[in-house]
Each structure stands twice: as C-alpha cells, then as structure tokens.
Ligand binder design. Structure first.
Ligand SMILES: Cc1cc2nc3c(=O)[nH]c(=O)nc-3n(C[C@H](O)[C@H](O)[C@H](O)COP(=O)(O)O)c2cc1C
Ligand SMILES: Nc1ncnc2c1ncn2[C@@H]1O[C@H](COP(=O)(O)OP(=O)(O)OP(=O)(O)O)[C@@H](O)[C@H]1O
Length: 320
C-alpha cells in the first residue's frame, strides 16, 4: 500500500479509483465493511482501492476541547488498512481550510478533480464539509452530477449495539477490553519503541520492556493480560500500566513482561495487544509482596490466554 500525506503528491497512475472517505479511528467492524467494499469494487474494475482519511482526529482542529484520544495511532491504522488490501491511503492533515470547505467544494476539489473517483463508499451517518452539512444524500446528488457511483453502508451492529469509535473509546476507558475487542474485531493495540526503565524488574523476577504511555493511551492504569507482537512472533505478556507506586511512583509507563522471551529488547518496536484487565495497580508494602501478587497475576493471565478468541496479528482480525 502506498501512503501519502498530501493529496497534492498524488500522481496520475491510479486507474478507476474506488474511494472510502472518513476518519476511521479504530478501523472497527463498521469501518472495515466500508473498506472491504472499496477493495472489492477496485478488484472488479481493475481499479485502485483508495482510503481518504486523516492523520489525526478532525476535532483537534474543529473543536480541540472535544477531540478524543485516538484508538488507532497512524502506524497501526496504516497496517490494518493495508491488511484489508487497500492500494493507496491518503492520510491528510485536517486543516481549518478543509473544515470551512462546503460539501460541494469538498467533493469537486478532492473527490472529482484530484482523485478522479469513479466510486465512493461511506457509512450511514457520514457527515462532511463545513458544519458537517454534507450527508450521504448530498453525496448521492453530487455523484450524479459528477458521475461517480455511491455505496452507503448501513449501520453495523454487534451484540445489539451499533458499533462506533465513541462506544469503543468508552469501553476502553472503563477497562472493558473484551467487549471493545468484539466491536473492533481484534484486541485493542498500541505500538512503541522499548525504552530503558529503572532496571528493577529483573530483581523482582519480572523483567519488563517499557513503552512510553502516550496521550492516546485509552485504557486505565492497571495490570493486563496481553500479547506482544515482536519480530514476527506473538508472545504472551503480563502488562502493567501505571507509575509503580510501590517504588515511589514515576512517570506513567507501559511495562511489558514477556512470559516466553528472555532477550534484550531495547529499541525494538513492539506492538502490544491488550486482552483483559486483571486488577488495579496498587502500592505494596514490600517488593516481595508485589512479587507474590505478580505470581498470582500470571496464573490469572494463563486463564485469559486460554479463553480469549484467537486472532491474527498480521490480518488484525479475530479468527472465526
Ligand atoms: C505484571 C506486573 C504487575 C505490576 N503491578 C504493580 C503494582 O500493582 N504496583 C506497583 O507499584 N508496581 C507494579 N508493577 C511494576 C513494577 O513495580 C515494575 O515493573 C518494577 O518496578 C520494575 O521497573 P523497571 O522496569 O523500571 O525496572 C507491576 C509490573 C508487572 C510486570
Ligand atoms: N457501525 C457502523 N456501520 C457502518 N458504517 C459505520 C459504522 N460506524 C461508522 N461508520 C461509518 O464510517 C465512516 C467513518 O465514520 P467515523 O470515523 O466518524 O466513525 P464512527 O465510529 O461513527 O465515529 P464516532 O463514534 O466518533 O462518530 C462514516 O461514513 C460512518 O458512517
């Protein structure tokens, strides 16, 4: 998949583009249905499957006080979208100019003149252009004018709930990783480079690879059962998100203890899937009491690994 950040970088060699437009934070199951249709259409027409999305959330420009943390930072969003078979991803910067563009001008400038879209796919509540005035109906009329086809995906529900990024963020903030995974179609994931910590973990019997806790980390502090995707292998992990109050409290970090790997990981890129929240982070009276607790976390995590639906980290999906 080719990724560009500015639509101006687009060349001319993209035949018959089928385009999905949206923020797609989380690339959840509703979003995936839209992207699948675009890929299917492109394959039928020997065209190009294109996603026109944004590197950050548009609300960061439109109304920063309402801007949510991202479920999928750009590098993860890119990998999920690539795994679906999309050919070209435009990860544009949302600007005040774009926010002020009317629906008609947005379609003319971006979809028609720049992208030469032949087919567009959006979801049931797609809103675009100045004051979110554009809707699927508006897009349909503009499509008739500019000769592109339109497919509007109806609301996808799972467990009786319409899937949305907002719903998934709320579940993650409440620590309900399992239900969030149902809507995402995979476990919640973060990615980072392994950093140096205080080097106490080895003494505890649980050495950890540390990732910085970014502002987008949506889940609460606590201990989690997870899986770490590292150098093309998936490894069971016990994870602490927090500031280690037993040792006086430090900057918030994500500490990953890999259960099956013992090697130097500094500087490696690690993708971490969170399966289930096991408990709150607590202050212990002594390191040995903390160690005993982690021994029991490990036993609890074993049950989580056994029960969690299998998933493919390369396809970013739960397996049937
Ligand atoms: C599974 C797990 C659970 C943890 N739980 C707690 C906890 O409840 N309270 C706490 O203060 N620290 C907790 N820690 C953090 C340890 O204190 C921390 O890993 C240790 O101090 C090593 O830090 P270092 O990586 O900076 O060397 C936990 C770590 C792991 C791996
Ligand atoms: N459950 C769903 N089924 C089908 N399409 C969906 C679903 N959820 C979102 N979409 C569509 O995906 C596109 C991108 O939407 P958006 O990124 O706003 O996602 P969202 O889940 O609706 O987010 P938010 O909760 O922030 O409104 C839109 O066209 C929207 O209609």
């Amino acid at each position: 998949m080719i990724v560009i950040e500015q639509i101006e970088e687009l060349g001319d060699d993209y035949p018959s583009p089928a385009v999905a437009v949206g923020t797609f934070d989380g690339v959840h199951r509703g979003h995936r249905e839209i992207l699948k249709r675009v890929v299917q259409r492109a394959r039928q027409e020997e065209g190009t499957a294109v996603v026109f999305t944004f590197a950050r959330h548009p609300l960061e420009v439109v109304d920063p006080s309402k801007a949510p943390p991202l479920i999928t930072p750009l590098s993860i969003k890119r990998d999920i979208i690539a795994a679906l078979g999309v050919d070209l991803m435009i990860a544009a910067t949302f600007t005040p100019g774009l926010a002020a563009t009317s629906p008609r001008d947005f379609v003319k400038t971006y979809l028609v003149d720049r992208l030469r879209a032949r087919f567009v796919c959006v979801g049931y509540d797609f809103a675009f252009g100045n004051a979110r005035a554009g809707s699927p109906e508006v897009l349909r009329k503009l499509g008739e004018e500019h000769q592109f086809g339109l497919d509007v995906v109806s609301a996808m529900a799972v467990d009786g709930q319409v899937v949305s990024s907002t719903l998934i963020r709320a579940l993650l903030a409440a620590g309900d990783l399992r239900q969030a995974a149902r809507y995402l179609g995979r476990p919640y994931a973060i990615r980072g480079h392994v950093e140096h910590g205080a080097e106490r973990g080895k003494g505890l019997g649980y050495p950890t690879a540390n990732l910085p806790a970014t502002a987008d980390l949506l889940i609460p502090d606590g201990v989690y059962g997870g899986q770490a995707w590292l150098k093309q292998g998936l490894h069971k992990a016990l994870v602490n998100v927090g500031s280690a109050p037993t040792f006086g409290g430090e900057a918030r970090r994500v500490e990953v203890h890999l259960l099956e790997v013992e090697e130097e990981l500094y500087g490696e890129t690690l993708t971490l899937f969170f399966l289930e929240r096991l408990r709150d982070e607590r202050r212990f009276e002594s390191p040995s009491l903390l160690r005993q607790q982690i021994d029991s976390d490990k036993r609890q995590a074993d049950a989580v690994f056994a029960a969690f639906p299998r998933f493919s980290p390369e396809d970013w999906t739960l397996l049937p």
